[in-house]
Design a protein around this ligand. Structure first.
Ligand SMILES: [Zn+2]
Length: 409
């Protein structure tokens, strides 16, 4: 695929292309490890000498190490390369009630994990997260830490370096990045939870599509957009807030201040509201509601059916606006995919104006793991994708390289 955009002639002259070749090699090692240099050259279409140069540099940086030796039919034994699993990162899943802090190696394997009650304000959160992060790091003296990735239930505006829109967290605009960086000495990256799930799908999941939409359903409804092989953020990083498009201007009030937003009908909170209305009781947590439904409780099933229809109601916006090849659903509700999935699939099929309906499927990982994996991918992108600054420069003139492009090689 890379041959479509980049010729080897560009390799020799362009710094950007060198960075891209490095990404290609690094991603191939990640996907096919352990792998020989010869196989890297074959799979990438790059010259053997180019591959050698890049791998030597990666080895000297400690990102790649020599692994086991492979065997060839006639005698020679190539040295195989693999990622250095001692390179690690801290992954944080910031949620409205319970947050998770984990340590992951470069392959997305979680080595330690801790859940904590989310502090009620950003200052306390910065302090608590710093303390927990330090504890986890101190417990793993054998690892080299690359950075911290945080998934936020809101939008992180990279220009202003602040979380700007997090209605379900009920915090004012805040900067979690600088205090955490200061306290831990590690670079911090933040990303919207739905975007993090997109990254998780592209890096670690089954996603093969270049046009992929992730719909996360929890306290609210979030959309992450992977369009033409790149993550779409829009101005103020606000692209994808379909959850706050009003479907009924006389509807219930939403956390964003609007009325009748899609998430008012489709979120976990909506299902609990439906349950309370029909069962007349205070109602359980969403997880308990799912368990009740699994046990055959009629009121719980009714509430979740209504939620599934609520999710389906907004799908037309996604289909008409983004025309994805694939829609990945992330949320606890996917536990009942056998029942709720067909309702959503039907709504999607009915929304298609032309061509085949996109595939709709639940995410491979459970929601918390998907978000944490996404933050790992976020930190890794620095090594595995082009330099962020170079990326900005080239954005207008040249397609951006993403992991999905590489994996199809
Ligand atoms: Zn809203």
């Amino acid at each position: 695929m890379r041959r479509t955009h980049f010729s080897d002639a560009q390799v020799a002259t362009s710094e950007t292309a060198r960075g891209i070749n490095r990404s290609i090699v690094l991603n191939l090692i990640r996907r096919r490890q352990p792998i020989s240099r010869a196989d890297l050259a074959r799979a990438s279409g790059l010259q053997r000498s180019t591959v050698s140069l890049i791998t030597e540099q990666l080895i000297s940086e400690g990102l790649v190490i020599y692994g086991s030796t492979g065997s060839l039919p006639r005698g020679r034994r190539p040295t195989l390369l693999q990622l250095n699993a001692r390179r690690a990162m801290v992954a944080v899943d910031l949620r409205p009630s319970i947050s998770t802090i984990a340590i992951s190696d470069v392959n997305g394997r979680f080595l330690a994990q801790q859940s904590i009650r989310t502090p009620s304000d950003p200052n306390t959160a910065a302090r608590v997260f710093s303390e927990k992060t330090r504890q986890l790091i101190d417990g793993h003296p054998d690892l080299v830490f690359e950075g911290i990735g945080i998934s936020v239930p809101g939008r992180f505006d990279a220009q202003r370096q602040r979380v700007v829109f997090a209605p379900n967290l009920k915090w004012p605009e805040f900067d979690l990045k600088a205090p955490l960086q200061q306290a831990t000495g590690l670079p911090v990256d933040m990303e919207n939870a739905a975007n993090a799930c997109v990254l998780a799908e592209v890096w670690f999941g089954d996603a093969k599509a270049r046009n992929l939409v992730v719909v996360t359903v929890s306290e609210g409804v979030g959309i992450g957009i992977f369009s033409d092989g790149r993550l779409l953020r829009g101005a103020n990083a606000m692209a994808g807030e379909f959850g706050h498009v009003s479907l009924d201007e006389k509807g219930l009030e939403c956390g964003c201040g609007g009325r009748g937003c899609w998430e008012v009908y489709a979120s976990n909170c909506a299902a609990l509201r439906y349950y309370r209305a029909s069962a007349g009781s205070d109602g359980p947590s969403f997880s308990d509601l799912l368990s009740l439904a699994e046990g055959g409780d009629r009121q719980a099933l009714k509430a979740l059916d209504q939620m599934a229809r609520g999710i389906g109601r907004g799908m037309r916006m996604i289909i008409a606006g983004l025309s994805p090849e694939e829609i990945v659903m992330v949320g606890e509700f996917t536990r009942l995919w056998n029942r709720m999935g067909p309702v959503i699939e039907k709504a999607v099929a009915e929304s298609v104006l032309i061509g085949d309906a996109p595939r709709v499927r639940p995410a491979a990982a459970e929601p918390s793991v998907a978000r944490l994996r996404g933050t790992v991918a976020m930190v890794l992108q620095k090594h595995f994708g082009p330099e962020p600054r170079a990326e900005r420069r080239q954005r207008s003139s040249r397609p951006r390289l993403e992991a999905s492009v590489v994996r199809h090689n």
